[in-house]
Design a protein around this ligand. Structure first.
Ligand code: NAD
Length: 453
């Protein structure tokens, strides 16, 4: 069936799945399986053990998933059937090297998929295919990503998401951060992504409550929408917030910062003096630990009709200003070791968008910056990542005409728009000290949007 037909069917369908979010605890049984010589099984089992998740693993002798499920009283059919459902299927495919061995992934997922609970999780662990010397092994590792993306498309109607955790050799110690996020409801609207985990200079155990205690976080564009959600979520996790926004947003910014026990900074990020002002502020705080460049605008017109100042303004606010601020802070060592620089890109920065050449160029620029800077800052223990939101319900998207907005909401595997908190939770995951191995990642928060996928 073509994607257009699928789209129309999707639009004709009723209510999308109600996604469970951060406030719902992630509890129950995880089915854990693997191919030959799995590299991450120890880390995976340990994580489940430490986080109170029961593990069902197929008996090595028979290897039969259906018998394992039967023994664990897991129900395969009907949402309302009594008995337990699986919360997650986790498959360690890191050792798969031949096409024949890929069938082990089929044998793991096929009998178990109908037993996964609503808002459950599918996770495939792989190795970076480009790091492999054997071509068949490289192909197999990349094949696992294709499998995860397809499972995401097949399971989205139940709010189930599927991801690939791509673990570099030697980075097995750094799985706690990504697993804490992925095996939780905080990742509700993140779907079909590849999380690349690298070796890190220092690792840190995940702390469930207040992992950001003692950290100072600068959030730009913090007065409303996604920025307000980021500030609130980082504050929930224990960070001291400095929220920045422009003069017209002063009242909203001050109200929010008061509520969060944070500090309001009224400034325009594009003003000449702002990088210097932020540097002075950072010095008084003993440096910043987390810098989130969220402030952004759209000025939409096809390029042929676009006035030059719309181009300049969008590129400056969405890209140029953030780069200048980072440069000033980094040159003066005002971002601490273990620091986090987090950009906000966009799905349209990946796919391009009619009428948004300025916006898409600026948001693609954010991706280029993250990918170039991550290796440069590794030795300083600073990670650089970005989120790329899809359709998120904010003032920005409320301004879109109704029909276009409804289509925008529905064009993803979860058939709905995301909430600002979905973007904020992904940023909190990047900020978490246990995510030290996550750098150079651009994670879409788009429900597996069909644009640019
Ligand atoms: P929003 O318009 O509600 O908030 C943006 C904030 O940035 C506002 O408070 C605004 O005052 C502030 N800002 C703008 N220019 C500034 C400047 N020069 N200096 C300081 N602050 C400035 O938008 P939102 O929907 O919450 O989007 C937040 C970010 O997420 C933006 O970067 C946007 O491009 C990105 N994004 C949003 C969506 C979506 O669906 N809403 C999708 C993809 C990406």
């Amino acid at each position: 069936m073509s994607q257009i037909v699928e789209t129309l069917i999707n639009l004709g369908l009723g209510k999308p799945a109600e996604l469970k979010r951060a406030t719902t605890p992630f509890q129950g049984t995880v089915l854990l399986g693997s191919g030959p010589n799995p590299g991450c099984m120890n880390a995976l089992s340990l994580f489940c053990q430490q986080h109170g998740l029961a593990v069902a693993a197929p008996d090595n002798a028979s290897g039969e998933i259906s018998k394992t499920l039967e023994a664990a009283k897991i129900w395969a059919h009907g949402d309302d059937a009594p008995g337990e459902k699986l919360q997650a299927l986790v498959f360690d495919g890191t050792g798969i090297s031949t096409t024949a061995e890929l069938s082990l992934a089929y044998e793991f997922f096929q009998p178990a998929l109908k037993s996964v609970a609503r808002s459950g999780r599918l996770l495939i662990v792989s190795r970076p295919h480009r790091d492999q010397s054997d071509p068949e092994r490289a192909a197999c590792q990349r094949a696992l990503e294709g499998l995860a993306r397809s499972l995401a498309k097949e399971s989205g109607k139940k709010g189930i998401t599927a991801q690939t955790l791509c673990v570099e050799d030697g980075a097995e110690e750094n799985l706690t951060g990504p697993l804490t996020f992925l095996l939780s409801h905080k990742s509700a609207y993140v779907n079909a992504q590849v999380f690349r985990v690298s070796e890190a200079t220092a690792t840190s155990a995940a702390i469930d409550t207040q992992p950001l205690a003692g950290k100072t976080a600068l959030v730009t564009g913090a007065s409303r929408g996604i920025g307000a959600a980021i500030a609130s979520t980082l504050a929930r996790d224990g960070a001291k917030i400095i929220g920045l926004d422009v003069e017209p947003m002063r009242a909203d910014l001050e109200t929010l910062m008061q509520k969060l026990g944070g500090e309001a900074l009224v400034a325009d990020i594009t003003a000449d003096g702002t990088p210097g002002q932020l540097l002075e502020l950072a010095k008084t705080k003993g440096g910043f630990d987390i810098v989130v460049h969220n402030a952004g605008i759209t000025r939409d017109k096809t390029l042929a009709n676009m006035p030059k100042h719309w181009w300049d303004m969008t590129l400056e606010i969405n890209l140029g200003a953030a780069l200048r601020i980072n440069k000033a802070l980094l040159e003066a060592n005002a971002i601490n070791e273990g620091g986090r620089i987090i950009g906000v890109s966009s799905m349209n920065g990946i796919a391009g968008q009619r009428g948004q050449s300025n916006y898409a160029a600026s948001k693609a620029g954010v991706i280029g910056y993250v990918e170039q800077m991550a290796p440069q800052l590794k030795d300083r223990g600073i990670t650089v990542n970005a989120v790329a939101p899809g359709f998120i319900e904010t003032a920005m998207t409320a301004a879109i005409p109704t029909m276009t907005r409804e289509v925008g909401r529905r064009l993803n595997s979860l058939s709905q728009g995301g909430q600002p908190e979905d973007v904020a939770e992904t940023i909190a995951f990047f900020a978490n000290p246990a995510s030290q191995g996550i750098t150079g990642n651009v994670i879409r928060v788009c429900g597996q949007s069909w644009l640019g996928a």
